[in-house]
Design a binder for this molecule. Sequence first.
Ligand SMILES: Nc1ncnc2c1ncn2[C@@H]1O[C@H](COP(=O)(O)OP(=O)(O)O)[C@@H](O)[C@H]1O
Ligand SMILES: [Mg+2]
Length: 251
Amino acid sequence: MITLTNLVKRYGAFTAVDGISLDVPPGELHGFLGPNGAGKSTTFRMVAGLLKPTSGQVLVNGADMATEPEAAKASLGFIPDRPFIYEKLTAGEFLRFHGGLYGLEGEEAAGRVREMLALFELSAWEHQLVESFSHGMKQRLVMGAAFLHRPRAVLVDEPMVGLDPRGAQLIKAVFRRMTERGVAILMSTHTLEVAEEMCDRVSIVLKGRIIAQGTVEQLRERSGDRHEQLTPLFLKLTGGSGLQEIDEAVA
Ligand SMILES: Nc1ncnc2c1ncn2[C@@H]1O[C@H](COP(=O)(O)OP(=O)(O)O)[C@@H](O)[C@H]1O
Ligand SMILES: [Mg+2]
């Protein structure tokens, strides 16, 4: 479970996150949807405990990130949009290193590392240096590292960017299985198709605020046309560039 209350982040006079409140209950895959610069990654860095909020509260499975950061982080898996990977480690070394950060040791660690390599289809690359991996392989490795300690809440920033269809299918299946087991997942995306296909509920974020929230079906109803595609609705809500601007730019 992830609970955000009035989360704010200011940089000088600029407000990147402007009072976000959100509840992701166990078993829900919640989409955090918005254009570039909306404040998604800034919000995620605060939820992960990497960035101190200007004000507001982050609870991860009931633990307050400000006052009980170790408890909060122990049950959270975070997959950032641009993860840092030590390229000179092998896949197996990378996972064992991460296991150590979560206190996994000995046979338990070795078993979990094998499970993650198998789940993310990297077993054959266990002894290869990460520097030789494709983008998709690195992404799968980073997910394996984030899931080693069986987090009950998962934060994942733009996971579908640059994945091949097979990688995308695998990750969708893994997320679905995790939510079936009661894991709460908060996933950011700027792709409506991803949100529509994967998310139980979505929050549409613009200029650091949630401007709409609900199931995709509810958002469609809100737009007044049950059959309207989400993309025009999203552009309407966020004021994104419409065909008119594109026409003007290329004409
Ligand atoms: N360290 C920082 N200092 C100043 N402005 C920042 C900083 N980090 C992010 N921002 C600004 O905050 C806004 C939100 O950024 P971000 O959270 O990365 O958006 P998103 O992930 O939705 O694309 C952007 O306008 C960005 O330029
Ligand atoms: Mg971002």
